[in-house]
Design a binder for this molecule. Structure first.
Ligand SMILES: *[C@@H]1O[C@H](CO)[C@@H](O)[C@H](O)[C@H]1NC(C)=O
Ligand SMILES: *[C@@H]1O[C@H](CO)[C@@H](O)[C@H](O)[C@H]1NC(C)=O
Ligand SMILES: *[C@@H]1O[C@H](CO)[C@@H](O)[C@H](O)[C@H]1NC(C)=O
Length: 384
């Protein structure tokens, strides 16, 4: 009798331990639910990093990384959206890649959950185009609104000295994760007569130079490249059936001059004022940029060293055309709103723990309930 019971108990423990094993691949809807990682004596090298080993985060990019307009505006009764200062504000502390505002769903806050001594995330907001005077807010968010790949070098001019000056950072020894996402303005500018800087070759040259500079000037770093997505998708989701079916879109996207098709995104993106062919060309260019980024990834991956590695997250598969309206900023129906920022942060975070060959490339639609992977003690930031 006793013996039989202990067998049952034994079986129960076996079943339980199988569940615990399965349960160790945990995903949750809030990073707060992820268990802390057990302490250890520190990483043996760049291929052995867990999120709690990252001491410094930084980002390069454009107005998306700067967090431009992400909170949108609600001007209430009689307000005028365009006169509201929120419509020219960069919400740096909520940027998907490097926002450090308390409670913001961002890549930086996911990392910070595992090590509260993380340095670099931006905190707060400020008006656009004043970033030099706002190092106290931007911290290591060196994105510049309007930036193209060519701008990355100027961003590094800000970033590198800024990183060296941060108190509590040991520039030589601390492990750093630098996220780069650039190419949306480049796509939009491809319709301009003056587009020599945004050809696929020019784009690749500028990105390559930025990565080379990071490798040469910043010790102990992982460069986290996030690919380009198809910006033309924003046109599809805001413009295409505007007249015919959607008053809601008109109200949300606030067309100018009482002209239903004059949404601000047509001012911000030159190709949105062009033809359908122009927008198809943007997609082709975006795919060429992403192919170049992949080549750059392969080149630098082959040069991996004790203190340098690179990862590449495909983003061409993110279905921008299917973003719900409320995931875009209602300031211009161009910039991602807070929901899209949150979605991107989760996708890029989850990708960090997958080897290159397993990072998803199939079309991915917006998912408000996208889960957040909880790394366990066996997980590493994958650079293979
Ligand atoms: C946080 O990171 C620092 C620097 O890498 C390290 O010394 C410290 O042990 C980490 N703390 C935790 C809780 O992992
Ligand atoms: C501007 O937008 C903010 C954020 O939505 C809102 O709280 C504020 O009331 C608006 N101001 C005006 C004058 O409409
Ligand atoms: C983006 O455009 C490229 C080139 O046309 C295409 O291969 C890719 O599937 C598109 N992505 C999405 C999500 O539609």
């Amino acid at each position: 009798m006793f013996g039989k019971n202990s067998k049952i108990v034994g079986l129960f423990i076996l079943v339980l331990s199988v569940f615990v094993q399965l349960g160790s691949a945990l995903s949750t809807s809030s990073i707060d639910d992820c268990p802390q990682l057990p302490a250890r004596s520190g990483p043996t090298g760049v291929n052995d990093l867990r999120p709690d080993d990252i001491k410094v985060m930084a980002a390069l990019g454009d107005s998306i990384m700067a967090g431009f307009g992400l909170e949108g505006i609600n001007d209430g009764d009689g307000g005028s959206g365009l006169l509201n200062l929120s419509s020219i504000t960069e919400f740096r502390g909520k940027s998907w890649g490097i926002g450090g505002d308390k409670g913001a769903v961002t890549l930086a806050n996911f990392v910070k959950h595992f090590n509260s001594s993380l340095e670099g995330p931006a905190v707060g907001k400020h008006l656009i185009f004043l970033c030099k005077e706002h190092a106290d807010i931007d911290i290591l968010n060196s994105a510049i609104s309007g930036g193209i790949a060519k701008t990355l070098n100027a961003e590094l001019d800000y970033l590198i000295p800024q990183m060296k000056e941060l108190p509590n950072v040991n520039f030589e020894n601390d492990w750093k994760l630098i996220t780069i996402q650039i190419g949306s303005n480049d796509q939009c500018s491809s319709c301009s007569d003056n587009n020599a800087d945004v050809t696929a070759d020019a784009y690749a040259g500028y990105v390559d130079a930025a990565i080379e500079r990071i490798r040469d000037e910043i010790p102990r770093v992982i460069v986290n490249i996030v690919g380009t997505f198809n910006v033309s998708g924003v046109y599809e989701s805001t413009m295409e059936d505007l007249y015919i079916e959607s008053l809601i879109r008109q109200e949300y996207c606030r067309p100018l001059f009482d002209q239903p098709d004059w949404i601000l995104n047509r001012i911000l993106c030159e190709c949105f004022r062009g033809t359908e062919q122009d927008r198809a060309n943007m997609d082709t260019l975006s795919a060429q940029y992403s192919a170049k980024l992949h080549e750059i990834y392969q080149k630098y991956n082959a040069q991996q060293s004790d203190g340098f590695a690179i990862t590449f997250n495909p983003a061409l598969n993110l279905n921008i055309g299917e973003l719900p309206l409320e995931a875009l900023s209602n300031i211009d129906c161009f910039h991602p709103g807070v929901r899209a920022h949150e979605w991107i942060s989760k996708i890029v975070w989850n990708n960090l723990f997958k080897p290159q060959a397993e990072k998803p490339t199939a079309i991915q639609n917006y998912n408000e309930n996208e889960q957040i992977y909880c790394p366990n003690e066996n997980d590493r930031i994958r650079i293979d």
